[in-house]
Write a protein that binds this ligand. Structure first.
Ligand code: AVJ
Length: 321
């Protein structure tokens, strides 16, 4: 069975898009490529390992919040809810909600990767025989169709994992505006990683086993495997640091010495220390995120946080239908 993608919402572009985007990334200054290219099967497997690392707290913290508060969340969703998951991966988190819901109308996972989505839905259906599962294969950051709204219950969106942290502030607002429209009369339940001691953040993206480094370097390994790029992944170092003024972890690949990357007859030169930026992972305060969501039309509702206040799940009321 194919591995469920850890971040399928990022599979926005077909393979030829990768070659095109990598050329564009290597031409520009500063050099930067979208984090969606982390997630081929190898990268998704590395991300699954990241989620298990002792230093990487977000996944286990959010799972614990869902386990402790699923009943309250389910009560807010009410009966006959139509639950929309944005970027449904292995469906591990949403299972905790589904187990707590009373007579949901349907579950609608939206995911760009069709085969992975359908495999995950088959496994879910085996456990929830009477649940109506209506997968939608689409890039949820772009306009997409959903099944009709339920007659009785409300439509609620679920966007866990602080995946929204990968977006720029403008893209995050754009996503929230789209969701506010789509979820009119209902709500959004969203997971966000919170601003905290930079040492904790630094460790989460610089784990002792080097799994995050391998995940970052997989962008180059993929270019070798899939595009036939000529490069030396060992010639690049993983670099991840917290940019405090911009409230984000930045990940880069940094050239160890002068070297070249060849792709489709083109040669790109790297000076010693030159970087290719691969990811932003924004961190939020609860109030800051609520302010952003308010600009998209959401009203702040209940907030669930762990005792250390490292991660939060926010209930956001969408505008009236
Ligand atoms: C899947 C985007 C939430 O930003 O923490 C993990 C990806 N990158 N380690 C994150 C990631 C490096 C992750 N998100």
């Amino acid at each position: 069975m194919p591995l469920p993608h850890a971040a399928p919402w990022l599979h926005a572009v077909p393979l030829e898009g990768y070659a095109h985007d990598l050329h564009a990334a290597l031409r520009q200054r500063p050099r930067s490529i979208s984090p969606k290219y982390f997630y081929d099967d190898a990268g998704s497997a590395l991300f699954e390992r990241i989620c298990e690392l002792p230093e990487y707290y977000p996944t286990r913290t959010e799972l614990a919040l869902l386990r402790s508060h699923a009943a309250e969340m389910a009560a807010l969703m009410g009966e006959a809810v139509q639950l929309i998951e944005y970027g449904a991966g292995a469906l591990r988190k949403v299972r905790l909600l589904l187990d707590a819901l009373s007579a949901p109308h349907s579950f609608v996972p939206v995911d760009i990767s069709g085969p992975h989505l359908l495999a995950a839905c088959r496994a879910l259906q085996a456990e929830h025989a009477s649940l109506a599962i209506q997968p939608v294969v689409a890039d949820f950051t772009r306009p997409h169709d959903l099944p009709a709204r339920p007659q009785r219950g409300q439509r609620v969106g679920f966007f866990p994992g602080s995946s929204i942290g990968n977006f720029s502030p403008d893209q995050a607002l754009e996503f929230l505006r789209m969701a506010a429209q789509e979820l009119r009369g209902g709500a959004l339940l969203i997971g966000v990683d919170l601003v905290k001691d930079p040492a904790v953040l630094h460790a989460a993206y610089n784990d002792a086993q080097g799994v995050t480094a391998a995940f970052n370097l997989n962008v180059l390994a993929r270019a070798q495997r899939e595009l036939g790029a000529e490069l030396d992944p060992a010639g690049f170092a993983h670099s991840a640091f917290y940019n405090a003024p911009l409230q984000r972890i930045e990940m880069h690949l940094q050239s160890r010495g002068r070297q070249q990357i060849r792709l489709d007859q083109r040669v790109y030169e790297f000076e010693d220390g030159e970087t290719l930026h691969t990811e932003h992972s924004h961190k939020f305060s609860v109030a800051g995120f609520q302010t952003l969501a308010a600009r998209a039309g959401f009203k702040a509702g209940p907030v669930w946080q762990d005792a250390r206040e490292w991660f939060a799940l926010l209930w956001l009321q969408a505008p009236a239908a």
